[in-house]
Design a protein around this ligand. Sequence first.
Ligand SMILES: [Zn+2]
Length: 439
Amino acid sequence: VLLVVLDTTRADRLGVNGYGPETTPHLDAFAEQAVRFERAYSTSSWTVAAHGSLFTGMLPVTHGATQENLRLDDELRTLSEYLSASGYQTAAFTNNSWISQVTLLSQGFDTVVPLWKERAARVPANAHPTNRSVLDWLEKYDGARPWFAFINYVEPHWPYTAPQEYRARFADSEHSLRVRKRAGFPAINWYLGGRRASPEVLRARIGLYDAEVAYLDAVLGALFDELRERSQFDDTLIIVTSDHGENLGERRHQGHSFTLYDSTLRIPLLIRRPGGASAAVRTDPVQLTDVFATVLAAVGSEVDDPRVTGRDLLQGPLPEERPVVAEYYEPRTFIGRFPDTPKARAAVAPFRRRLRSIQVGSEKLIWGSDGRHELYETSLDPGELDNRIERDPERARALEMQLATILAGLERDVSDPQPPLSEMDPEAIERLRELGYVP
Ligand SMILES: [Zn+2]
């Protein structure tokens, strides 16, 4: 079993999902032999909460790894722990330092390769340190037991620094060096600077992001080629997804903090059965929690925990009216990074809150703990620009009730809250700084 997370990759960047520029030729080819989910959603817009769901099949309210509690409880039984119990050799290859012992998201793997420590050098796709590391591990594989490998590639996450060849294709030819340099700003500067940039800078930023997606597509294509050469591709269940998307100027947001719009919730999801059998396109609403359930069903492992909301996706489509739920907790670590000035405090004041969202069919409610709720009709308004909350208060109330009922049944006490950042591994803190999370 190979589970690949393309950290921070938006669903709409895949060619096979309708994107114009040639970003993902390898994933598009892969999709021809896979079940492709057009409406796949994360359970949060943030790495820790989303991976918590991927590894437990539970919503953040249950697994508890959120912005307000930066770790996954040891007591929870994770995907790798289930697979170990089923006889699998398990390994995690992680380029994101949030997926580490700091958060306990790496719990349960026999082998954890902290690639974030050597910080992805921008090298040709076929020499990517992650691929080398995965292949080295497979070299040592004895063949006696099946294997499960989890990979987190982090390229589309800011900073957008794809190799020159990819930047040339997506950004350099259209924009001057001065514009490209300005386009690489950290999200924090955006919020401090009044959330404005020229249209040209914003376009260049999109080009820089797309270049990262294209580069990562080539990296993944190279890994698949290597697996084919080793006869490890065709008999493997391969899942490619993401943990969340990225705002690229929509509704004047950048990065993936502060929002639960579809620009950060919609993710790619491709599942290739061994042999590439029964390829299909699915339009039923699915979530990261379902990946957990699908993998375990595929290996014949029983899950009897009622807190697991994920469902086996290969059993067939789920109901169209199935609620899609996501949560965002108060981003204390990120906000703590802003300078302590009146101007900065004013800039982040609207974002000191929790968010929850529920989508049923094409109606979506975003609930804010400060009372600022939003209601959208996503089939008519995919950009979530026309907030109908004042016009349709009854529908909003019904969705709010449904959301509250779902979450009330799943909430779990977090008795042992997060360690302060000062107790974390200094190397991990350094990597989090590079990702823009800590000062
Ligand atoms: Zn992430």
